[in-house]
Design a protein around this ligand. Structure first.
Ligand code: PLP
Length: 371
């Protein structure tokens, strides 16, 4: 099986498993306990927190571990004062869209310009109001891989004293990405970087005041109650240390994949092909082919992919993201997301090209038998 659905989730790295194994099988106590088992846990927690902070170039007090990015986003959104104005986009992950419904704020959902897959800085500037309290945008879109030009937006936010929350989930581990000054908080998810599910992190700069979403004990400096998920946290820190410094290798494979399909098939178009994109993501429309059928046929032929985002796959709805990019519904329905990981091999890419060409040609022959 060739796994090309790494934006939905990644498989656990064996080195991450090895780092977690002593905690799973050993005698590690609750980091809040005073005895030696507890202190062993506390030492592991402190080390992992230090490593995560160092990776992002922030202080340990700015790191809050969560159960994933959805929880982190909920926590960050709840910190925005009720009744204020928020700027976000219609391309955001459902975790942002749904959480904002409970924010008690007036929310502007910006649509990208036609066929563009990201909100341009000028659009944010135009939407800013004197009562704007926050801007919430993704660093890169998980369905198309199209990147947001964060730097100028971060500068604007800094200048105007507006909180800037970034969903960094799709971006992490897919190429270099310095955290721009002016970003108030950013969140990430373990299962997108070969760490386990059930762990995520929010980096919250000192300038942003939050209150806990999960109320309980005084863990994590009172920012998130509950005994820490030590196994997940240690796994997350290890996974970070293994991320490639550059996306060049993955990018070369992705480019070869797109070139192979475009050479051997007609009616192929790559969403955002001319825009800055993550090195691992291709969202491709195959003209006159139903995406859901193609996804199922590819599964049978040995390739695992997605149609839209994981949350909405399994339904027959077209991708909200593609529709909000003003892509025709028929084209959106014929689109498939392919997402690579650092474990994807050149051989897998060559085999995937052959299989996809074969399956698409067969499906097209079925729908137009006379040609
Ligand atoms: N943001 C983006 C861009 C995502 O792709 C996802 C997961 O699909 C999330 C947020 C939510 O992450 P988690 O699964 O850790 O809750």
């Amino acid at each position: 099986m060739i796994y090309l659905d790494n934006n939905a989730t990644t498989f656990l790295d064996s080195q991450v498993l090895s780092a977690m194994e002593p905690i799973l099988s050993g005698k590690v106590g609750n980091p809040s306990s005073i005895h030696r088992y507890g202190q062993a846990g506390a030492a592991l927690l402190a080390k992992a927190t230090k490593e995560v902070a160092a990776y992002f170039g922030v202080q340990t007090s700015e790191v809050v571990f969560t159960s994933g990015a959805t929880e982190a986003l909920n926590m960050l959104i709840r910190a925005i004062p009720n009744g204020s104005h928020i700027i976000t986009s219609s391309l955001e992950h459902i975790a942002v869209i749904e959480s904002l419904k409970f924010s008690g704020c007036e929310v502007d959902y910006l649509d990208p310009e036609a066929k563009n897959g990201a909100i341009a800085p000028w659009q944010v500037e135009r939407a800013l109001r004197p009562d704007t309290a926050a801007i919430i945008l993704m660093a890169a879109n998980n369905e198309t891989g199209i990147k947001t030009d964060l730097e100028p937006i971060a500068s604007m936010a800094l200048e105007r004293g507006v909180t800037f929350i970034v969903d960094g989930v799709a971006q992490l581990g897919r190429g270099e990405w310095p955290l721009p000054l002016g970003v108030s908080a950013v969140c990430f998810s373990g299962h997108k970087i070969h760490a386990p599910t059930g762990v995520g992190v929010a980096i919250i700069r000192k300038t942003m005041k939050t209150h806990p979403l999960i109320v309980g004990g005084p863990q994590q400096r009172g920012r998130r109650g509950g005994t820490e998920n030590l196994v997940g946290i240690v796994g997350f820190a290890k996974a970070l240390s293994l991320l490639p410094k550059s996306g060049a290798e993955m990018g070369a494979l992705r480019d070869r994949f797109e070139e192979g399909l475009s050479t051997h098939l007609s009616g192929v178009s790559i969403h955002g092909g001319d825009q800055p994109r993550l090195c691992n993501t291709s969202n491709i429309a195959f003209l006159d082919v139903d995406g859901e059928t193609l996804l199922m046929q590819l599964d049978l032929a040995g390739i695992a992919v997605s149609h839209g985002s994981a949350c909405s796959s399994g339904t027959l709805e077209s991708s909200r993201v593609l529709l909000n990019m003003q892509i025709e519904p028929k084209i959106a329905r014929s689109s498939i997301r392919f997402s690579l990981s650092r474990f994807t091999t050149p051989d897998e890419i060559e085999r995937a090209i052959k299989i996809i060409v074969d399956v698409v040609e067969k499906l097209r022959a079925l729908t137009s038998p006379g040609s």
